[in-house]
Design a protein around this ligand. Structure first.
Ligand SMILES: [Zn+2]
Length: 285
């Protein structure tokens, strides 16, 4: 039942996303690395998705536009590797990962690494084509051990688990199930950000003194910067997700590091500054 509710919310969430017409991707330099934030589409988060909405006055956040969100995925070109961070929705359900990659001159076979933050449908959807075959034939897929174990559950046959198992099966030996704080490749390290899902993972990109932290789904809309206590019905373990969010935002603000995430509305890269109980996101590309 819980999963059926989640799927229903998923449909509501997608229905709230209007067609995106402005910028489809944003280019950003991390030292000599090229980083592209590819925006699949933008929208606004609905209050039905807020798990603790009884305690939250959503209207003031909405009035400030802090409910705006997006579905994003990222490409890092290090010069020797083309690394994709998540892949968005399935191509048949509005996923545009191939279109966005083509726009920057990247073919599916050029992708050497896919880093997955977690295995929700809006992150793994672009990995399989309509026939259930690999979209990225040469990619090694880095997935946290904890995340792989969670979705491999033989006792859960809901559609989200089926989709995750299909990706695990089709990519098979190309999937590298890594322990946390693992070096993925030169310039890319994983960071455990558990809670949204049991193995939810962020990635730190560093080059020539520049640093960007990919927060995955720690943030689903700017309301969670302003009020990090807000959790979503999608969070598998809301309490852990909240604790993780508070810790990582505190660290990011203290370090003044650049951050981005899979649902931060464009321009999706910026810094945060402490304000009241939470943070203000300052976009800078
Ligand atoms: Zn997501």
């Amino acid at each position: 039942m819980k999963n059926i509710i989640k799927i229903m919310f998923g449909v509501l969430f997608l229905a709230a996303l209007p067609a995106f017409a402005a910028q489809d991707f944003l280019k950003y330099d991390i030292g000599s690395y090229k980083f592209y934030a590819m925006i699949n589409n933008t929208g606004a988060i609905s209050d039905v998705l807020i798990g603790n909405k009884d305690k939250i006055t959503f209207d003031k956040y909405k009035a400030a536009g802090w409910n705006a969100n997006a579905i994003n995925y990222f490409l890092l070109d290090t010069g020797t590797q083309k690394i994709l961070f998540d892949t968005g929705l399935p191509l048949a359900r509005g996923g545009k990962v191939l279109e966005r990659l083509e726009a920057i001159g990247v073919k599916p076979q050029d992708i050497s690494i896919i880093c997955l933050t977690h295995m929700h449908m809006d992150h793994i959807g672009g990995m399989l084509d309509d026939e259930g075959k690999k979209v990225f034939p040469n990619a090694k897929v880095f997935l946290s051990k904890e995340e792989a174990e969670y979705w491999n559950n033989p006792n859960n046959d809901s559609s989200s688990f089926k989709s995750a198992k299909k990706v695990l099966e089709v990519y098979g030996e190309s999937i590298i199930k890594f322990p946390q704080k693992q070096k993925i490749t030169d310039g890319v390290t994983s960071v455990p950000l558990f809670g949204h899902t049991p193995g939810h993972t962020g990635f730190i990109i560093e080059n020539k003194g520049k640093k960007l932290v990919i927060l995955g789904d720690v943030i689903h809309a700017n309301i969670q910067f302003v009020n990090p206590d807000i959790y979503l019905t999608y969070d598998v373990d809301p309490k852990t997700a909240m604790k993780t969010r508070k810790l990582v935002l505190k660290k990011a603000a203290a370090e003044g590091v650049d951050i981005t995430g899979m649902h931060i509305a464009p321009p999706s890269v910026g810094k945060i500054k402490k304000t009241g109980k939470g943070y203000l996101f300052e976009r800078h590309i």
